[in-house]
Ligand binder design. Structure first.
Ligand code: ACO
Length: 326
């Protein structure tokens, strides 16, 4: 079978949402000043989920993965590849994918992590598609999972209000009809300094001083540029136009980045899936979380064309174009 198709999705969010007002109150106790109005106006974020200390990326990934398996009508016995995109793994090794394999009782096939920060999920989905098309896997569980709250400097109001924790998953299956229509992946290491976390995470906890730092305006400018170029490139590969895209699901970093991208591509905002208001920026989890939400609320339907896009640290970016088969 020369193609792969998305046959299930799932997601997981830890605990209750933390609203901007609640976060502002918590930060005020540390002497860090922010407000709902500032966060909403500059980013579109209204709330985010923050994992309690005992919850790790593999826990969220396993929950999302179990829901995706159920949605696909498959069991652990069917999965022969697990890829977890994460920048906040539980530990240096084993990989979060191996921990997920154990938690879900998957006893066959390969499992590995993929690190491309906020582009991680589109990198992972593209990789799984290639495995399937080469005949090396039949049912791949592809997950984006993060506990970014662990790598935030909670004294830096310019970054700590932007992110949230969560996981999203898809099952990609060998298929006779095309599901994944194309993908493009890019990286440009020369921009490594505009968004980085120069430290390590162990057992889901930051070691040393490994907090995220960002040149927000440089990230904004580059993100808008590459989201447009990667969308145009993947569409041109598949000989489709932006008019034929039913749903655009960009990485959920900031509502203004989403609006700029949609405008540049000529795609109206009512064909863009937006979850940044509810989840904040969940890095590698943002695209599969948004996909699962839109699928479960009935917006995404069989036969539709969906363009998913990642962009983030590295600098990395990419796009996956898919036709939904169910
Ligand atoms: N609350 C209140 N005031 C704040 C806050 C806050 N949370 N954060 C910053 N400010 C203040 C600053 O201190 C500054 O005050 P000053 O003028 O008195 O010095 C003022 O707001 C403006 O700060 P800037 O950093 O210049 O704000 P900017 O308009 O650039 O907005 C933002 C910042 C929202 C991060 C913007 O640069 C942006 O959208 N960047 C895109 C990057 C992004 O979304 N990154 C997410 C991760 S990357 C990714 O996923 C691809």
């Amino acid at each position: 079978m020369p193609f792969s198709a998305i046959v299930g999705s799932g997601s997981a969010l830890p605990g209750d949402p933390v609203t901007n007002d609640q976060l502002a109150q918590q930060l005020a106790q540390k002497g860090v000043e922010t407000s709902d109005a500032w966060i909403r106006e500059r980013t579109g974020i209204c709330q985010r989920h923050i994992a309690p200390a005992e919850v790790s990326s593999s826990d969220l990934a396993a929950q999302a993965g179990a829901r995706a398996l159920e949605d696909a009508g498959l069991t652990a016995k069917d999965i022969d590849l697990v890829i977890v995109a994460t920048s906040t793994p539980d530990m240096i090794f084993p990989s979060t994918a191996c921990l997920v394999q154990k938690k879900l009782g998957i006893e066959q096939g390969a499992a590995f992590d993929l690190q491309a920060v906020c582009s991680g999920f589109v990198y992972a989905l593209s990789t799984a598609d290639l495995f399937i098309r080469m005949g090396k896997a039949r049912n791949a569980l592809v997950i984006g999972a993060e506990v970014f709250s662990r790598i935030l400097d909670w004294n830096d109001r310019g970054t700590c209000v932007l992110f949230g924790d969560g996981a999203g998953a898809m099952v990609l299956q060998a298929s006779e009809e095309p599901g994944i229509l194309g993908h493009v992946l890019q990286a440009r290491g020369e921009y490594e300094n505009i968004l980085r976390t120069a430290g390590t995470v162990s057992h889901g906890l930051a070691q040393g001083h490994p907090f995220l730092t960002m040149d927000g305006q440089a990230v904004f400018k580059l993100a808008v540029e590459v989201l447009e170029s990667s969308a145009r490139e993947v569409l041109s590969q598949a000989r489709l136009t932006t008019d034929q895209v039913d749903w655009l699901i960009p990485h959920q970093a900031n509502i203004r980045i989403l609006q700029f991208t949609a405008r540049r591509l000529g795609i109206p905002l009512d064909r863009v899936v937006v979850t940044v208001d509810q989840h904040g920026n969940t890095s590698a989890a943002s695209v599969p979380l948004a996909f699962d939400q839109a699928r479960r609320d009935g917006r995404l339907k069989a036969g539709q064309t969906v363009l998913m896009q990642g962009v983030g640290g590295g600098f990395t970016w990419g796009a996956v174009l898919a036709r939904l088969t169910r």
